[in-house]
Design a protein around this ligand. Sequence first.
Ligand SMILES: [Zn+2]
Length: 281
Amino acid sequence: MVYTLKDFKYIDSHTHFFSPEMFKSIWNFFEEHKWPISYKLPNDDLIQILKKNHVKAFTTYNYAHKKDLAEEMNEWTNEFVKENLNAIPFGTVWPEDENREEYIEKLFKLYNFQGIKIQPLVQEFYPNDQRMKKIYKIVEKYNKIITWHAGTAPYRNEYVGIKNFQKFLDNFPDMKLIIAHMGAFEYDKFIKLLDKHENMYLDTTMIYIRDNIFPERKIKRPKPEVLLSYQDRILFGSDFPNIPYSYENSLLGLLDLDLSRNFYRDIFYKNAKKLFNLKID
Ligand SMILES: [Zn+2]
C-alpha cells in the first residue's frame, strides 16, 4: 500500500532558520540565481507550516558567508531555540574568525547546540583546512555532530567532493556526521562510507522530489533496496524554507517508493530522535 502524509510524524533534519534580515538577503541571492523560493515568510509562519505537516522537531542550519558574522548568527540561533523548543540548534563557524574556538566551545559548553553545519559552496575552505582542526576537535570532545554539504550537487567548486572529504575523514573517522543530500552526485561513494563509519548518516534533502530537482543525467538516485539496507542511517530532510516547490513534495516522493512502514518510521522520525537524543514521544 502507498502511505499518505498523515500516516507518519516527522523530524526534519535539514531545515534552515536565519534572522529575517539574513533570510531576505539569502532569498534575494537565490532568486537572482534562478532559484525561486516558495516560502518567503516570517519565521513564525514557517514554523506553523512545519507544524501543520506533522513535523515535531527541526534543525536550524545556517552558515556564515564572511568574517566576524558567525558568532552573532549563533547567538541569534540560541535566542531562537529558547522561543521554539522543538528547534534543534546547529551553529556555524568561519575559519578566519580569531575567536572561532571560543565561540564554538560556548555552543556546547554553555548552550545546548547539537553541532555545526559546514557549507563549502559558500564558505570556500577545504575539509582538512588547518584552521579548522581545533574546531573539529572541540566538536569531537563534546560528542557533537557536523552536518556537511560534502557532495558535488547542485554544482561543484574545488572544496566539495569525496576526495576532499576523505582527507577530513581519515583524521576523524569516528566523528558524528550527517552528509547532506545523500552526498549527491557521488551517492555510491558516500553510501559505501557508511559501512566503515558507523557514526555517519545521510539526509534525503532534495533527492526524492517528485519533479526531481537534482537532474539525474548519468547518475541515478540510490535505489529502494539500497535505502532499505541502510534504513537506520538515513534521515529525512527538506531544505525548507529555501525550496522552489511545496513542502509536501519532499515527503511524497519518498512515499511514492512504496516501502515498509518500518522503513518510513525510521527515516522520518526514529533515526533523528535517537541521533539528536530528543525527549519527545
Ligand atoms: Zn540546506
